[in-house]
Structures are given as C-alpha cells and as structure tokens.
Design a protein around this ligand. Structure first.
Ligand code: NDP
Length: 447
C-alpha cells in the first residue's frame, strides 16, 4: 500500500469509529496530512500501529453531573475527561464549560493538546475535559454547586502524576478555586499539583493568567521578525474578549501595536485608536458584562452586530475566541485588507478552507498548537513550582515563557525546512510535535 492509501485507510477507519464528531475528524485530518510527509521519509513511524494508537484516546470518561439550582430544581449536565496520550508525561489540558461541549469537541481539543504539549519541550501528555454546563446567567452559588458536583466524579481520575486539568472557555480563576476546594476536601489533603491556574496564595503561578495571550504575541513577534516585520506600529485584530484575547491585546499594545477590534459572542467592536485594556478587564473579567458595556464607557469605539470583525483592515489577525470562527470568506477578506500574519490564540479557530486561503495568499500562519502553547507551558511551570514548593517572580516566569515561545517558533520553522516545506508552520508544528511523542510511544512498546 502506498503512504497515501495507508493514511486514507486509517482515516476512514477513524471516521467510522467516531461518527458524528466533525471537529475531531477535522483536527485529525490536518495532522494526518502533515504525517504523510514524515512517513515518506521515515516509514518506521507507521510500525506497531503507531498512527492508529495515536488517534485513539487512552481513556474517555463521560459522567453525570447533577446539581441543584437556586430554585431548588435538580439540573443534570454531562461531564467529560478524555485522557488522550501520556507517553511524555501526565495528561495535561484544560476544562471547558460551554453549552456546545460534546465528546467530539473534547476529543479534538485533547488530540491537539498532545502535539501542543510536546512542542513546549516540557514533560506533559495530552488530555482535555469539560461539560455542556452554561455558566452564563448562573449565580455564583450555582457555579459553585456545579463545580463541586463535577469534581466529585472527576477527582477519582486525576492526580499530580496522572492527569492535571486547568481552565479553558468558561473555566477561569473562580471555577478553578471551586474545583480545587472540592478536590482538597475529597482527598483530605492539599495536593497543589493536581490542578493549574490556581490562586497565587494557594499554589498558583505568576504569569499563568497572562500566559496564553502573551505567549501568542511573543510567537507572532518571532514570526514577524523572521519575515522582516514587527509588532511595533502594526494594526492588530483580536477576536474574543476572554482570558486569551485580553492578554493578547495587552501584550500587542505593550509592544507598540494598535488593536483595532475585539469581540464576544454578541458582536464585535471597532477600536481604531486602540483598546483601553483596563476598561476591558473591568467589563469582561470583573463585571462579566457584554462588550456593549465597553462601548458605552469608552470613546471612539463602535459596536457591530452585523458584518464581521475579519472585515477590518490590519496587518495581523489573532483569532482568540473559539473553533471554526474564521472561514474561507473571512480569510479572503483578511487577505484583501492587507493582513500578512495570522496566529491562533484559540484552538482551531481557522477552518481548513481558511488555512488554504492563507497559503494561496502568502499569509504567514501560526496554528494554535504552537501559537497558544504558552498557557499550558506556564501550567507546566506552575507544576514545577508546586513540586519544588517554590514560587518564582513575574519577571523570571515571563522570561521562561518568552524563551519557550521563541523556541517553539524555531522548532516549527526548522522542522518545516527540514521536510522541504519552508515557512509552512502547520506542517512544521505537526511534525515536530508528532516526532517527540511518537519516539516515546515506540520506545515504550505497544500499550
Ligand atoms: P474565555 O471563556 O475566557 O473567553 C472566550 C471568548 O470567546 C469570550 O469572549 C467568548 O464570548 C468568546 N466565545 C466563546 N465561544 C464563542 C462562540 N461560540 N462564538 C463567538 N464567541 C465565542 O476562554 P479563553 O479565552 O480561555 O479561551 C479562548 C480560546 O483559547 C479557546 O479556543 C480555548 O480553547 C483557547 N485556549 C485557551 C487557553 C487558556 O489558557 N485559557 C490555552 C490555550 C488555548 P462570550 O463572553 O460572549 O461567551
């Protein structure tokens, strides 16, 4: 069988076995396309069922999460934890609370996480979890009761050396607090290494809050430098206004860029003179309001429900909200409006068609598994601090993050070159992330 036929046969098997999970299919298809290039050169990576094992999670947990709302009514949600691959270290990956969550979405995120975590160079495997619970409109006590019920089941399956969850969409510092509290109560001891994203007084790390957004901008700056450009003076579009978006905006502006727009699920905001980051943090982070509140309290910003944030003219686009938020038409609009660089703060925000449009138009594109790896990298630094009962300064931790992001850029860039695809960072990051995990899996035998 040719390599093409082999890979198609794995993929067809995967489609049959994982029916109705389009996001998972999309994530696997993208990686398999890059792996064909590896298998041509190093066919031994197809030995011992390696590719089939890589695409099959080691363990998938689905559980009931019953909780009582403020009216005394029992609500039932579904909880997930997919422990995808632990060849490099304990499963590591966030928890997402959003009504769209289902098994396929958690599997796509867990699969991506394997390669992302491998790229950080730190000893962490890949996993992901979450629930279809919608935190929007819930009281603080409802959120607490939900988190306690979720952790009552999850605690049986996680641990410092086993599986270390963190935050993601809908899971920030508040939720990690409630989850950790319940874990501590059930375990009967304070095991700080079991979750990351913790508060600073109880085992958290400085820079973890900022890490994904800052890291995305550090990597984008490296990519821009490699192509003779710089953040300083650039116009940047950032979608979303959650954790990743806010700190991407903050770092981009610190480096001299003007962020000309951001969004949330209610619409998008045009900010031709830049973003008032403190106001945005106050509106979204503290008061948990919609972006319209930002527009009402700022000068020069306008709110739009119609059209798309991707219609703005800019040099750089950083999609930082959610999967498949940037499609082929959006990508064509970006190209027509002069965007030269795209880096994914979110996981898989660009559709396959959008990525193709970037390629056709010479737009330099850094995929999420590289561009947003700063969050999980800093989580691994939090684990290091917990293990050594230490806490590092902001400057030191930020320097470590910066170095990791620069190294990820060099690794994906050099790997793309090595495989004859210079400048193709999708191929570079997929292959580099794959090889390290695959070497560990081959060394550890068929398990
Ligand atoms: P948050 O919950 O803090 O923010 C998510 C943002 O995206 C909000 O502005 C939200 O708007 C918007 N959003 C979410 N879903 C949709 C949707 N279906 N349509 C339009 N807008 C939407 O999440 P994070 O910032 O933590 O995560 C953002 C992305 O980054 C995700 O893809 C996540 O997987 C990825 N990521 C996060 C990491 C982290 O450290 N937090 C690490 C690596 C990747 P609204 O407020 O209206 O819901």
């Amino acid at each position: 069988m040719s390599i093409d036929e082999q890979v198609s046969s794995y993929y067809n098997m995967l489609l049959k076995r994982n029916a109705g999970e389009p996001e998972f299919h999309q994530a696997v298809a993208e990686v398999l396309a890059s792996l064909k290039i590896v298998l041509e050169k190093d066919p031994h990576y197809a030995d011992y069922g390696l590719i089939q094992r890589l695409c099959e999670p080691e363990r998938q947990l689905i559980f009931r999460v019953p909780w009582i709302d403020d009216n005394g009514v029992v609500q039932v949600n579904r909880g997930f934890r997919v422990q995808f691959n632990s060849a490099l270290g304990p499963y590591k990956g966030g928890l997402r609370f959003h009504p769209s969550v289902n098994l396929g979405i958690i599997k796509f995120l867990g699969f991506e996480q394997i390669f992302k975590n491998s790229l950080t160079g730190l000893p962490i495997g890949g996993g992901k979890g979450g629930s279809d619970f919608d935190p929007k409109g819930k009281s603080e006590l409802e959120i607490m009761r939900f988190c306690q019920s979720f952790m009552t089941e999850l605690h049986k399956h996680i641990g410092e050396y086993k599986d270390v969850p963190a935050g993601d969409i809908g899971v920030g510092a508040r939720e990690i607090g409630f989850l950790f509290g319940q874990y501590r109560r059930l375990a009967g001891q304070h095991e700080s290494g079991v979750l990351t994203g913790k508060g600073l007084t109880w085992g958290g790390s400085l820079v973890r809050t900022e890490a994904t957004g800052y890291g995305c901008v550090y990597l984008t700056e490296e990519m821009m430098k490699a192509h003779g450009a710089s953040m300083s003076g650039a116009k940047v579009i950032v979608s979303g206004s959650g954790n990743v978006a806010i700190y991407a905006i903050e770092k981009a502006q610190e480096l001299g860029a003007t962020v000309v727009g951001f969004s949330d699920s209610s619409g998008w905001v045009s900010t031709p003179d830049g973003v008032d980051v403190e106001l945005l943090k106050d509106v979204k982070d503290k008061r948990r309001e919609r972006v319209t509140a930002y527009v009402e309290e700022s000068t020069g910003a306008t709110f739009h429900e119609d059209g798309s944030i991707w219609d703005l003219a800019a040099d750089v686009a950083l999609p930082c909200a959610t999967q498949n938020e940037l499609n082929g038409d959006h990508a064509r609009a970006l190209a027509a409006n002069g965007v030269r660089f795209v880096a994914e703060g979110a996981n898989m925000p660009s559709t396959p068609e959008a990525i193709e449009v970037f390629r056709e138009n010479g737009i330099h594109f850094a995929p999420g598994k590289a561009a947003n790896a700063g969050g999980v990298a800093t989580s691994a630094l939090e684990m290091q601090q917990n293990a050594s009962r230490d806490s590092w300064s902001f400057e030191y931790t930020d320097q470590r993050l910066h170095k990791i992001m620069s190294k990820i850029f060099r690794t994906m860039s050099n790997t793309a070159k090595e495989y004859g695809r210079e400048g193709d960072y999708v191929v570079g990051s997929n292959i580099a992330g794959f090889k390290k995990t695959a070497d560990a899996m081959l060394a550890q035998g068929v398990i």
